[in-house]
Write a protein that binds this ligand. Structure first.
Ligand code: ATP
Ligand code: MG
Length: 238
């Protein structure tokens, strides 16, 4: 189905360091799936394997029925997956507007590209106000919005979000959360949400996975995991 992802038993190494030891996760079309876990658990590595930045040494990744493990990142973006990377990596020395255009580099039709930019400005009015500003001069929260908007410019069916709330003030976290729910509901976009903020992720998602030491330790509906003693103790500080 369009937008659905299956990750099956992937292993991933950085030289001698083993980062993933058999990770299996699913994203059903139209769902928000959370991947939570502490520092070094393997969350970013899982996203890197999906988008093709790192090849898993074992296992399978399929998107809408197409196997991804041997494809390059541009091929994977063309199939309909986009990544908003950890640390809001916008291009600091060019404007907000030009960052958006770069996100849509695979869109050939100028009118479609322009309509995409307008759609992003409607979704993030703050970015419209700042469209001529250099991206490096935006606040942290605004840069996070731009990183998400830039990923959306590729017109993905599945959006991978790596730590969108990291380092943001509570009010900005709320705004980003509303936005994530809005793009999921209004556009039926599937979302894989990586967060250390388990509280936030479990509230937003349909289904969640807890990663520990490169493995899935626990999974289930977000509401159920939030109630489990284990998650409350380990991740919610209850
Ligand atoms: N480029 C790299 N070279 C070597 N080791 C790496 C590299 N990237 C990640 N690792 C290691 O792989 C493991 C998993 O890292 P990963 O970045 O996937 O964790 P994470 O869950 O995203 O953590 P965080 O919450 O801190 O972002 C860690 O032990 C990390 O040190
Ligand atoms: Mg990470």
């Amino acid at each position: 189905m369009s937008g659905s992802l299956q990750v099956r038993d992937i292993h991933l190494d950085y030289g001698a360091r083993k980062a993933l030891h058999g990770v299996t996760v699913d994203v059903a079309a139209g769902q928000i799936v959370a991947l939570v876990g502490s520092n070094g658990a393997g969350k970013t590595s899982t996203l890197r394997a999906i988008i093709g930045l790192r090849q898993p040494s074992r296992g399978e990744i399929a998107f809408a029925g197409t196997r991804l493990e041997r494809l390059t990142p541009p091929d994977i973006v063309r199939l309909g997956i986009a990544l908003s990377p950890e640390g809001r990596r916008v291009f600091p020395r060019i404007t907000v507007h030009d960052n958006l255009l770069l996100g849509g580099y695979l869109v050939r039709d100028r009118a479609v590209l322009q309509a995409g930019v307008e759609r992003m400005f409607a979704l993030f009015p703050r970015l419209r106000e700042r469209r001529r500003q250099l991206a490096g001069s935006l606040s942290g929260g605004e840069q996070q919005m731009l990183a998400i908007a830039r990923a959306l410019m590729a017109q993905p069916k599945l959006l991978l979000l790596d730590e969108p709330s990291l380092g943001l003030a509570p009010i900005m976290v709320q705004e980003i959360s509303r936005m994530i729910l809005a793009i999921n509901r209004e556009q039926g976009l599937s979302i894989m949400l990586v967060e250390q903020n388990a509280n936030l992720a479990l509230r937003l998602c349909h289904h969640a996975y807890v990663l520990e030491n490169g493995k899935v330790a626990l999974s289930g509906p977000g509401g159920e995991l939030a109630k489990s003693d284990y998650v409350q103790r380990a991740y919610l500080g209850v």
